[in-house]
Write a protein that binds this ligand. Structure first.
Ligand SMILES: [Fe+2]
Length: 491
């Protein structure tokens, strides 16, 4: 009997020893509730962004924020006491985690594996990294030494700590652009202006279902990705701003699209701070400078500069302009010293545009350069009187070329404008949902309007070669991806 007991004891000891020395049990989190997204890709590099979350999905059964009148919200926007700004909107006894749409972050480690989808399948594996708790539990990798014109597969993994099992993983892909000597058909989309509250399906915006079928080479969001200065909740504090990003990017349609699509994210006033935000302004407890940092260094893939030009093969070069960081205050008198682009960016823009031998040059700006824009309620872009001087300088410069096309966001209607006897063309992609459209009278069709539609949707650009002729086509789409207008150019 003693022998048997001894044997059992030994077995129990061996079992206990083995279980302790093995990888610790999966604690069931953290998750990738916001998936991952990429930004700033060129022939050699890309930035990958991700975030760890407490739950796999957003809190769909959470409480509602306290509704404020416009007058109350305008008053609170001038205050800086964080507790007061939260108490005015979060019901007593609850925290942000309890609110509908919440997708709280959590600590843990992430790892990335990536490899060429075809050909050399040698996997590159990063080391495990602790997500940044001071940056909303996010992490970013800058991948370098990539191959041009290549599709890469990637997969992110999470674990709570060293020695623990993997708790979640998400797969996806991105493309690098072809070099300037490579002739290739390219298609891309341009979107603007949509937010969680005005989404047209419970699981996200329909445009993401439509664009997923478009076989895009890349996607550009021109800004107003979310609106801090709108209700449910009014984002007067950094925590409320983060709440809005966590919620938006937990939407399944968005989350799925971004893991599989090569993307560029620009920003505008509403996702930096508030309507018409410029340096020195504040919104609740948040400064303009912090607004920029939260967007550029925390919530979106980072890059040294927030303007960039990318060659997408022989026939296409794209410019992404920065419209917020370097601008003068709106209230300054218009003239030679008033700017949106800033001296350095403007010089870079003129120099690189002039030096490019791409067949088609597409300039993407957060807000209009040509317009027309309405005269009332908006006065912070190159088509408004507030920045007319610099606007005219840019329009004159672009007009020297017959192969430069401007794509813009910001305005909540779709349009194509062309001024007679000029080389100037501008395509406004419109808002990302019908519920978000408005701001222009659909009957106010000006001579320069080649197309006008006060509804939601997006813009698709295509460079393609047909019977040895390389063309550029712009298609306006509705929210379901149906074509509502097209313009084709042959240069
Ligand atoms: Fe907008």
């Amino acid at each position: 009997m003693n022998k048997i007991l001894k044997k059992i004891g030994l077995l129990a000891f061996v079992f206990l020893f083995l279980s302790c020395s093995k990888i610790k049990k999966n604690p069931s989190k953290p998750y990738f509730g916001n998936g991952f997204r990429n930004g700033w890709v060129d022939q050699n590099s890309i930035t990958i962004w991700t975030r760890l979350t407490e739950n796999p999905n957003l809190n769909s059964e959470g409480a509602s924020f306290i509704t404020l009148t416009k007058k109350e919200s305008a008053k609170l926007a001038k205050l800086t006491d964080v507790n007061l700004l939260h108490d005015a909107q979060i019901p007593e006894g609850l925290t942000l985690k309890d609110m509908e749409g919440a997708c709280p972050g959590t600590s843990g480690e992430v790892k990335l594996i990536y490899y060429e989808q075809k050909g050399n399948k040698k996997k590159v594996e990063t080391k495990w990294c602790k997500v940044n708790e001071t940056k909303n539990y996010t992490w970013q990798w800058k991948l370098k030494n990539l191959k041009a014109n290549t599709i890469y597969s990637l997969k992110v993994y999470s674990r709570i700590d060293k020695g623990f099992e993997i708790s979640d993983s998400v797969s996806g892909l991105f493309k690098t652009p072809p070099k300037k000597n490579i002739k290739k058909d390219i298609s891309f989309s341009v979107v603007s202006c949509h937010d969680y509250n005005r989404r047209d399906s419970i699981i996200g915006h329909k445009i993401y279902t439509a664009m997923a079928k478009d076989s895009l080479d890349f996607y550009v969001h021109t800004g107003d990705i979310e609106y801090y200065d709108k209700n449910n909740p009014w984002a007067f504090t950094e925590s409320l701003m983060r709440f809005k990003w966590d919620r938006l990017f937990a939407l399944p349609l968005q989350r799925d699209f971004f893991t599989k699509t090569t993307s560029y994210f620009m920003k505008d006033d509403h996702d930096v701070l508030k309507n018409d935000a410029s340096p020195g302004t504040m919104y609740g407890s948040v400064t303009f400078k912090r607004g920029l940092e939260i967007f550029e260094k925390e919530q979106f893939p980072s890059n040294e500069k927030t303007y960039k030009t990318i060659r997408w093969g022989k026939d296409l070069q794209v410019w992404l302009l920065e419209g917020r960081n370097y601008r003068s205050k709106n209230e300054l008198k218009d003239g030679a010293n008033k700017t949106i682009l800033g001296k350095e960016q403007k010089e870079w823009f003129y120099k690189t545009l002039d030096a490019s031998n791409a067949k088609y040059k597409v300039v993407i700006s957060a807000s209009p350069i040509l317009g027309p824009d309405r005269a009332v309620g908006k006065n912070d872009n190159h088509s408004n009187t507030a920045f007319y001087f610099e606007g005219q300088e840019i329009r004159d410069f672009i007009n020297k070329y017959n192969n430069v096309f401007v794509c813009v966001g910001d305005r909540h209607w779709q349009y194509a404008t062309h001024f007679k006897d000029s080389n100037l063309w501008e395509f406004g992609c419109g808002s990302g949902a019908d519920a978000h459209a408005g701001g222009w009278n659909p009957n106010d069709l000006r001579p320069e309007h080649k197309f006008l539609r006060v509804k939601g949707g997006y813009l698709v650009g295509k460079v393609f070669t047909e019977k040895n002729v390389t063309k550029l086509k712009f298609e306006h789409r509705d929210v379901n991806g149906n074509k509502v207008h097209e313009e084709t150019f042959e240069r």
